[in-house]
Write a protein that binds this ligand. Structure first.
Ligand code: UT7
Length: 335
């Protein structure tokens, strides 16, 4: 009898209606649509502008869609993990807000922050709950309002980010699901992508607000190099550990930070462009939401039995890779 795995048995997502185009950015900072497209591949991003709304607003909508599509009621959910670097508040957790709003009355709920690699970290945690046999339905929802930490005076970073959320349901399966996950972290990179102010080390003051310390900052060139190297190593490592090669992979999703990074990773791994799923062109970098949002946007292409390779890299540094077989063992009434 094969072991119990955690399979992605449902997916949902939500992005705001409002688009921030390269033409809009040309009117805001000294940039050009040509520079943005050639250096990043990004044409537009979605921005959440509803007053008073944050990551929980988008997460709730993504989970609502997921529950509807998966035909699962709120009380059938055992646990909820929210990944975000842009929580509504320092506390309570964004997961608590989502849980309360949706009436997930039987679920435990917590936030997990592993920056842009958060979805892969949460998949690893969530799948262990399922594999243990203790829980049957875990939701991982990644929701990011990157516009809330973006400095729209900084042309090198404000062109990159978008807002959005995507959610997956994990359920036990004997035929499909997550085969392996590899995660990593190197705190030596912490200073290179950071929101410096607003935490316990540097609480916000009127002075440091003026300096913009509440916003995302990165050394883009250094981060670019590490992103390529780390995602390549994470993918090569997980394939080798499972005796697989690029030919065994049907689809690959890399963190949607920059098309040049994705292309470089694919070339180094000898993954042909047609296997690379992308949405950075229309979503920008949505941090931890980027991998599940990309899966969602390409869900029509994914067929049961397809082997999918996921990889991400983010502040920390953190990185990871996952190998899974798409599909789920669904009861006849939900098939
Ligand atoms: O999600 C977390 C992980 N993050 C990442 O993976 C992001 C990694 N980094 C990147 O994606 C890229 O480094 C950026 C897109 C941020 C920047 O691209 P780059 O090719 O590394 O450009 P650069 O920073 O080396 O800048 C090249 C030039 C500079 O001008 P000079 O010094 O050569 O005269 C910049 O001032 O481009 C200039 N520049 C711009 N020009 C027009 C920087 N931003 C812009 C802009 N428009 N928006």
């Amino acid at each position: 009898m094969s072991a119990i795995r955690a399979a992605i048995s449902g997916i949902g997502a939500w992005v705001p209606e409002d688009r921030l185009t390269n033409a809009d950015l040309e009117a805001m900072v000294a940039t050009s649509a040509e520079w943005i497209v050639s250096r990043t591949g990004i044409h537009e991003r979605r921005i959440l502008r509803e007053p008073g709304c944050g990551a929980s607003y988008m997460a709730i909508k993504a989970v609502e869609e997921l529950l509807g599509r998966a035909q699962i009621s709120a009380l059938e959910v055992d646990g909820l993990i929210v990944t975000t670097v842009t929580p509504d508040h320092k506390f309570p957790s964004t997961a608590s807000l989502v849980c309360g709003a949706l009436g997930l009355g039987r679920a435990f709920a917590f936030d997990l922050n592993a920056t842009c690699s958060g979805f892969l970290y949460a998949l690893e945690v969530g799948r262990r709950f399922i594999e243990s046999g203790a829980y049957r339905r875990i939701i991982v929802v990644s929701s990011e309002m990157m516009s809330s930490i973006t400095d729209y005076r900084d042309r090198s970073s404000c062109i990159l980010f978008g807002d959005g959320a995507a959610a997956v349901l994990l359920e036990p399966s004997r035929r499909f699901g997550i085969e392996d996950i590899m995660l990593g972290c190197d705190g030596a990179g912490a200073k290179n992508i950071i929101v410096r102010g607003g935490g316990s080390a540097l609480p916000l003051t009127a002075e440091n607000l003026d300096e913009g310390l509440q916003y995302f900052w990165q050394d883009g060139t250094v981060v670019f190099k590490h992103a390529v190297q780390s995602m390549e190593a994470a993918c090569a490592g997980i394939l080798a550990r499972n005796n697989l090669g690029a030919d065994d992979v049907r689809w690959a999703v890399a963190h949607q930070a920059n098309l040049r990074i994705i292309t470089s990773v694919a070339q180094r791994l000898k993954l042909p462009p047609e296997k690379m799923l992308e949405n950075v062109q229309t979503r920008g970098n949505t941090s931890s939401a980027s991998v599940p949002l990309c899966l969602y946007d390409h869900r029509e292409a994914l067929a049961p039995g397809d082997r999918v390779l996921l990889t991400a890299f983010g502040s920390g540094y953190t990185w990871g890779s996952a190998l899974l077989t798409w599909g789920a063992d669904l009861p006849p009434d939900r098939a």
